[in-house]
Design a protein around this ligand. Structure first.
Ligand code: ADP
Ligand code: MG
Length: 744
């Protein structure tokens, strides 16, 4: 059956066929391909190489450099087998320009003798591998090699060899083979269709046609998609390999460009879809005689808001006065005072007769917000309801009631907030704290909760011509993981961004010290002394996040040890496996200054605010990522006295590990830390944006390619305005249906 017939019988585009149609791909293989999300021929076509090997030319040995991967060829001049601790076979080859050694380790007797037989002095060899520095000369360990006939021309590849991202059980060869078959089919199709008329061609190529309008492609000098794909899968011998992977190769750039564009379009469309919803405008009550909660709140606050806080509040006020939902992200370094901004926004909604939900990622943080908001709102005669996974039945029932009948104006909780039993009376604003801990879906689930099928605001109803409309709450999202502007443009293109770029006055920067574990006793003595002098300290026990139980055990043990060692100190313990009210009680005593030294796990990482604490010791700091350490460190340096943070590491620590910790010593600036962390861990991890697909990009890398983003941002808008028909196909090609929320 020809491809054409196959296509006609199935009705689908040939590229949408399962990879099972390929030679060498059976049921077993199918599973392995699936592990890399490779299902259809089209998936393979867009599965792009991560690097290349150049076997298109033989490199003279004298011109090799350490770090190259190269094909060399020459005469075997020496072969030796050593059998010291393990068998090593060394040989040397000479190509007339120089000599290089080859080394083979770890082989048994049989292999050794086979190898020795094959590699006989005087034979000619071609081999490929990574060039390393050896003892006397350059060397290659375990090269791919082949004995050749000195008198025949050496067989060379016609294109560079692509190396694809692969997975266990799926060999490079199998993958390459499958992809080559798809490319062959594509080329056949192109040839066949060159004979057919234009219209058919574009239909036949639906999946690989250029959706970007020709004018734009010409403007940006982007090659066609098919050309780019063919080129990247099998680049010609003379092409610069580095450019192909990292640099400005136009073919690569064109794909990167379109992929980033697809993401940008998805996010922008999500944003615009939201904009089409209705919201109740929240108007500042200055002009009316309404209760002025926010004014009263400001009066009772023991400090004045910073300029940055005021600016961000003004931005929020402008947003929420509109009749479509606010979608604003507030970025502010740890300690920049995001909670007060949240409170001001909440009060504005409450003044307008609406409820506000505030969602926090941990029990401890939610608890703390509850305390703050109760303290702030109760004097104004407002009710704060509280919902967490650990609420007792009665407490929970009462909370649910007050949420449903509207007697609670402010609702605070963990993700328990979007469980089905929760019915809001009239939700006007959703606030999400420490957004990086939540997925997009959780955020949207909460929005859906606040959705009202019919409006109640008379004015709004009259002014809207349609009868059918949904009301959505405004949303405010807060994060302490600041990221550079271009990244924000991509990662948060579905949000408007504000930055609190100023810390409250009078803070002294935290002094960070990096010390090895062998200094533990020393550190203990100093903590002891500091506490006796009235300072408060955190002692943080860390472990890899996955094992919360172990982490808690470590904290319990440390707690006992410290208690035995310093019976004269009041020491507390808080960790994730304690009951909610126990945790609360301990935090309360710490805040009151009754506990001086608090042993804790990373549960205190986000949001916890005890301004009098000025000393923090983090054990095994090397186990945490920079952002986490920065967050933790942000728990001190909140008051006016000078604070210190000791990053204690387990020895031995790698150079890289030490360099990481030194970054924190060098800066207190969250932007700087985030930049370093992004470089080390990649955007998906740092921003918790796995759900947005940023981490799963096929060829683009928003860190490496961020220079392109401003241009893409502008282009995305232009497409939406002037070429709306191109938006869906581009999104589908690169992202498909992965992002459910694009239709929200
Ligand atoms: P974050 O941005 O990390 O959430 P918080 O909202 O917890 O920061 O605020 C950190 C600390 O700074 C709190 O103790 C808070 O009361 C205090 N604070 C907030 N704004 C100001 C301000 N303008 N002046 C002085 N202190 C402030
Ligand atoms: Mg906070």
């Amino acid at each position: 059956m020809t491809l054409h017939e196959k296509q006609n019988t199935t009705g689908a585009h040939w590229l949408e066929q399962s990879i099972i149609v390929l030679k060498g791909v059976g049921e077993k293989m199918l599973e392995r391909f699936a592990k890399r999300s490779l299902f259809t021929l089209n998936d393979l076509l867009f599965h792009l190489p991560v690097r290349y090997q150049d076997k298109t030319r033989v490199v003279p040995i004298s011109t090799l450099r350490v770090g190259d991967s190269a094909l060399v060829s020459g005469e075997l001049i020496q072969c030796k087998t050593h059998t010291a601790r393990r068998a090593v076979l060394t040989c040397e080859i000479n190509d007339g320009s120089g000599v290089i050694s080859l080394r083979f380790f770890h082989f048994n007797k049989q292999q050794a003798s086979a190898l020795t037989r094959a590699l006989e002095q005087g034979k000619w060899l071609k081999c490929f591998g990574d060039i390393k520095r050896g003892r006397q000369s350059l060397e290659i360990t375990h090269p791919e090699y082949r004995i050749i006939d000195q008198h025949q021309p050496i067989q060379l590849d016609e294109t560079l060899t692509p190396i694809y991202p692969t997975t266990e059980g799926l060999s490079q060869l199998a993958l390459r083979n499958a992809i080559q078959q798809v490319l062959q089919r594509l080329k056949q199709q192109i040839q066949q269709q060159a004979k057919v008329d234009e219209a058919t061609v574009s239909k036949e190529h639906a999946l690989v046609s250029d959706y970007l309008p020709l004018t734009i492609r010409q403007e940006l000098q982007l090659p066609s998609l098919i050309d780019a794909l063919l080129y990247l899968h099998s680049p010609p011998p003379d092409c610069p390999v580095f450019e192909l992977i990292e640099g400005n190769d136009p073919y690569r750039q064109s794909l990167v460009f379109e992929e980033l564009l697809a993401h940008q379009l998805t996010m922008k469309r999500a944003y615009q879809n939201q904009m089409q919803h209705y919201s109740y405008p929240l108007i500042t009550s200055n002009k009316t005689e309404k209760l002025q909660y926010s004014a009263q709140f400001l009066k009772q606050l023991p400090f004045k808001l910073t300029k940055a806080q005021l600016r961000v509040i003004a931005e929020i006020e402008t947003d929420v006065s509109q009749s479509h939902p606010m979608q604003r992200l507030v970025q502010g370094d740890v300690g920049s005072g995001k909670t007060a901004v949240a409170a001001m926004s909440a009060l504005l909604a409450i003044e307008n007769g609406f409820q506000v939900a505030l969602m926090a990622p941990t029990e401890l943080l939610a608890e703390q917000h509850r305390n703050n908001f109760q303290q702030w709102l109760q004097p104004l005669g407002l009710n704060v309801a509280w919902l967490s996974g650990k609420c007792k039945a009665k407490e929970r029932r009462e909370a649910l009631e007050s949420i449903a009948d509207g007697s609670a104006q402010m609702i605070i909780g963990t993700h328990a907030l979007f469980q089905t039993e929760v019915n809001f009376h009239q939700l006007g604003l959703v606030i999400i704290d420490e957004q990086h801990r939540f997925g997009v879906h959780q955020r949207l689930a909460l929005l859906q909760k606040g959705k009202k099928e019919k409006g109640i605001n008379q004015e709004m109803e009259q002014s809207n011509k349609q009868n059918e409309y949904d009301y959505y709450p405004h949303q405010l999202i807060m994060t302490a993981t600041p990221i550079p502007r271009t990244l924000a443009m991509t990662a948060y293109a579905d949000l408007d961004c504000s930055v609190i770029d100023e810390l409250p006055p009078g803070r002294t920067p935290v002094e960070t010290v990096v010390l090895g574990e062998q200094r533990r006793d020393d550190i203990l003595q100093r903590v002891h002394q500091a506490c006796l002098n009235g300072r408060q300290a955190y002692w943080v026990c860390t472990l890899i996040e996955e094992s919360e139980i172990l982490q808690c055990q470590a904290a319990e043990k440390t707690y006992e040890l410290l208690q035995n060692q310093f019976p004269d100190l009041s020491i507390g313990l808080v960790h994730g496996r304690m009951k909610a009210d126990e945790k609360l009680a301990v935090m309360h005593s710490f805040k009151q200054g009754e506990i001086l030294l608090l042993v804790a796990t990373t549960v205190i990482e986000v949001g916890v605010d005890v301004p009098n604490a000025s000393l923090m010791i983090i054990e095994n700091a090397e186990r945490l990522c920079l952002s986490q350490l920065h967050q933790l460190r942000g728990r001190v340096g909140r008051g006016s006295q000078s604070s210190a943070c000791v990053l204690m590491y387990g020895s031995p620590l790698s150079r890289n590990g030490k360099a990481r910790l030194m970054t924190l010593r060098a800066t207190n600036d969250g932007f700087e830390v985030a930049r370093k962390d992004l470089a080390l861990r990649g955007p998906g991890e740092v921003m918790g944006t796995r759900q947005t697909g940023l981490a799963e990009m096929k060829i683009a890398d928003i860190i490496r390619d961020q220079d392109l983003i401003p241009e893409i941002n502008t282009l995305a808008q232009r497409l939406i305005n002037d070429y709306p028909e191109t938006v869906d196909p581009i999104i589908n090609r690169w992202i498909g249906q992965k992002m459910e929320y694009q239709n929200v």
